[in-house]
Design a protein around this ligand. Structure first.
Ligand SMILES: Nc1nc2cc3nc(NCCc4ccc(CCO)cc4)[nH]c3cc2c(=O)[nH]1
Ligand SMILES: [Zn+2]
Length: 374
């Protein structure tokens, strides 16, 4: 029996969107879903109970970061990541493919793997498909990602073709190094940049290896939104309908809706918690920078349409005060609200798919949020 199974519940009549469920050893996940990011085995400033209160169904953590600190051996001795961080629902770990390329300078990519410097200590390190799989095997997530290269944007066609072919060879090495396929699902990551033929080549290479799920990588790396949407339009239809599709690193409200419309089932991004820590909130009417002086005597909640803990109990004036004083509780409230905002958005997207009205929902949401003006 495989580690996960995907249940396709309904395809939207208006678009390529689908309603589904992913069944994992730690419970099931309603798709399309947003995954809060807990890079260092914590979704920053929030407790597992608070994540459950807002109906977070799966969280993401990072192989690269946990390998460096505290080390996968310590987490393995604790009984794995679920026990270590007291999260008994599904966990997905990214493989380090992106982190190495986004965090470390002085990297040298070879066939055997990537030589680079620890972004904290500067010491020389080496990460390979086999090493990334050994770390993820020790961490014990329900879903693990193949070790890939996420090329910079833009990248020339020749570079991209060579990179896609190496990423496909690395994917095969990951499968060979996979210790517990019945307990942990390994997803392949499609690359190819904005080149339709290279995306096709990457997808075909990975589909021939028969992964239980597929990610679209190499996006949300600085390309314009219309480039991302175009790449999704010609890439997601190449992927099997009976398996989950995961768009990596995408987390703004408009990109989540546009990704779901193009057949994406899973999303993750540090955006909601990252901007929360500098006092920026996502609201129904667009972004709100709560530290702004105009909120000093504003006793309304962050978002009048939101029923989250922060919006039911605290005012913009209070949260502005906390953020201005660098009080941790202020950042807990903005983080709580932003994650609740995106999780609730995905709940509304799932409802719109069920009612075959996702494109209408997009119009309403974009109008109210002010995206059409952007
Ligand atoms: N293994 C693998 N992992 C990835 C992670 C990614 N994450 C992104 N984008 C994240 C972009 C991103 C980074 C930070 C913030 C907050 C501050 O603005 C928001 C978005 N693109 C990504 C691509 C890949 C990829 O091909 N392969
Ligand atoms: Zn709220």
């Amino acid at each position: 029996m495989a580690a996960i199974s995907y249940e396709l519940i309904k395809t939207c009549q208006q678009s390529g969107a689908r309603l589904g469920k992913i069944h994992t050893p730690h419970g099931s996940i309603d798709t399309p879903i947003f995954m809060p990011v807990g890079t260092l085995a914590t979704v920053k400033t929030l407790s597992p109970n608070e994540l459950k209160d807002m109906n977070a169904q799966i969280i993401l953590s990072n192989t690269y970061h946990l390998w460096l600190r505290p080390g996968e051996d310590i987490i393995s001795e604790a009984g794995g990541l679920h026990t270590f961080m007291n999260w008994d629902r599904p966990i997905l770990t990214d493989s380090g493919g992106y982190q190495v390329f986004s965090l470390s300078k002085l990297r040298d990519i070879k066939e055997e793997g990537v030589h680079f410097r620890n972004h904290i200590s500067g010491e020389k390190l080496f990460l390979s498909p086999e090493k990334a799989m050994q770390i993820q095997n020790a961490l014990g997530p329900d879903i693990m990602m193949a070790f890939d290269e996420c090329p910079p944007y833009p990248a020339g066609r020749d570079y991209m073709k060579a990179s896609v072919e190496r990423t496909s060879r690395w994917a095969e090495r990951c499968l060979e190094a996979h210790q517990r396929p019945n307990e942990q699902a390994l997803f392949g990551i499609v690359q190819g940049g904005e080149y339709e033929d290279l995306r096709k080549q990457s997808a075909n290479d990975l589909i021939s290896l028969d992964f239980p799920g597929y990610a679209v990588g190499g996006l949300s790396v600085g390309e314009p939104k219309d480039v991302m949407n175009r790449v999704l339009e010609f890439t997601t239809p190449l992927l099997p309908k009976d398996k989950p599709r995961y768009l990596m690193g995408v987390g703004s409200a408009d990109s989540l809706i546009d990704g779901a419309i193009r057949g994406i089932d899973m999303f993750d991004c540090v955006l909601p918690t990252r901007i929360a820590r500098n006092g920026t909130c996502m609201t129904t009417n667009g972004r709100l920078v709560v530290r702004n002086a105009k909120y000093a005597r504003d006793f309304k909640p962050i978002d009048e349409h939101c029923d989250c803990y922060a919006c039911r109990n605290y005012s913009r004036a209070y949260i502005r005060h906390l953020v201005k004083c660098n009080e941790t509780f202020g950042f807990r409230l903005t983080s709580y609200h932003n994650l609740h905002f995106l999780l609730t958005l995905m709940q509304r997207v799932r409802k719109a798919i069920l009612e075959d009205r996702l494109l209408d929902f997009r119009e309403e949401f974009f109008e109210q949020y002010g995206f059409n003006k952007e």
